[in-house]
Ligand binder design. Structure first.
Ligand SMILES: Nc1ncnc2c1ncn2[C@@H]1O[C@H](COP(=O)(O)OP(=O)(O)OP(=O)(O)O)[C@@H](O)[C@H]1O
Length: 323
């Protein structure tokens, strides 16, 4: 997803946010900036502090240090003003299995003392339609797939107009079909202008549905920005195809590039690969030098590092690419 036009406002901002459980520091000095209008991926391995952060954002846990602005109002001080504008899916809501999806939403809305009973029926139907459960609304929830239950959870978060949606691992445990359903739903909510803050331990999820990302590891924020900004912070890679490998290796070495032949390449041409870090010469200069030295350049490409490579470099650990 490409970043939307942002108005510069922040939907979520934290300053030095921290949370300790006894001696254990679950979240450490977190400065989060979530632009209004973004689909913001909160990415980190299990145990990196995502749920704890989300609980603090929503006023479900008290910070040990730091402060939070949610929709430009301080939390938890302004909770009663802010929270009605924020929908949340944290630790999957407990639905009554023998009631229909619709009846469950009605129950949930009745339990919300601030909701308007006069508009209840209309709001419940609108939320069911929005998550694509209009047709299944009369089925008992025990007959729902996990993806449908997750969408019902999101419908619950959408029982009123929301400016911000906070979703904790909404695709966790879903099969590929359920994951696609939730991803499409997030995309359509974002297109309607809702800011979505979504946590995941799955890099591929974040990459497919988010405009922005923050990377957490053991309670620390390692990086945040647009996906493109994160990618550009990484190394890129050069690939050269030539029949003059020996000559090319010499030229590249003179330019400070350590190239390795690709052992899987076949045919008369050899394929050489080299990492390009930020101090490497421009691609144009490399080609110029190769040609000037008489290297027959039959293929030349510079590819940006993948997000996965970037995250592994940041966190020192691999991310699951699939469920
Ligand atoms: N109530 C608690 N008491 C003690 N330790 C806790 C508590 N809640 C979380 N922690 C610890 O804080 C750390 C961060 O946990 P948290 O659940 O925020 O991580 P997470 O990134 O959301 O991971 P997961 O996806 O597995 O939930 C973990 O080491 C966890 O054991």
């Amino acid at each position: 997803m490409s970043p939307p036009p942002l108005d510069g406002a922040l939907a979520i901002q934290t300053f030095g946010l921290g949370k300790s459980f006894g001696k254990r520091r679950a979240v450490n000095d977190l400065d989060l900036e979530v632009p209004h209008g973004s689909v913001f991926g909160f990415l980190g391995p299990n145990g990196s502090g995502k749920t704890t952060t989300i609980r603090m954002l929503l006023g479900l846990a008290a910070p040990s240090s730091g402060s939070i602005n949610l929709l430009s109002r301080p939390m938890p001080a302004a909770a009663s003003h802010v929270l009605p504008r924020v929908g949340a899916l944290v630790e999957g809501p407990a639905f009554h299995p023998f009631l229909s999806g619709r009846a469950n939403l009605v129950r949930m809305d009745c339990a919300d003392t601030t909701s308007d009973p006069a508009t209840r029926t209309m709001r419940v139907e609108a939320a069911l339609e929005k998550v694509g459960l209009g047709k299944a609304a009369k089925l008992a929830v025990h007959a729902y797939s996990l993806g449908m239950k997750q969408r019902l959870g999101i419908a619950n978060a959408l029982l009123r107009e929301r400016e911000l949606l906070v979703l904790d691992e909404p695709t966790n445990g879903l099969d590929p079909q359920g994951t696609r359903e939730v991803r499409h739903l997030i995309g359509s909510l974002a297109r309607e202008g809702t800011t979505v803050f979504v946590s995941s331990h799955l890099l591929s999820e974040i990459e497919q549905m988010c405009t922005h990302v923050a990377v957490m590891s053991t309670g620390n924020l390692l990086a945040q920005g647009t996906l493109a900004q994160l990618r550009s912070g990484g190394r890129s890679r050069l690939t050269l195809r030539t029949p003059d490998a020996g000559l090319a290796l010499g030229v590249l070495a003179r330019l400070g590039l350590e190239a390795l032949p690709d052992p899987t390449a076949s045919g008369a041409d050899r394929v050489l690969r080299s990492k390009l870090d930020s101090g490497a010469p421009e691609a144009e200069l490399i080609v110029q030098e190769l040609v000037a030295a008489g290297v027959r350049v039959r293929g030349f490409a510079v590819e940006a590092a993948s997000l996965e490579e970037r995250f592994v470099a940041l966190t020192g650990e691999g991310f699951d690419l699939a469920q």
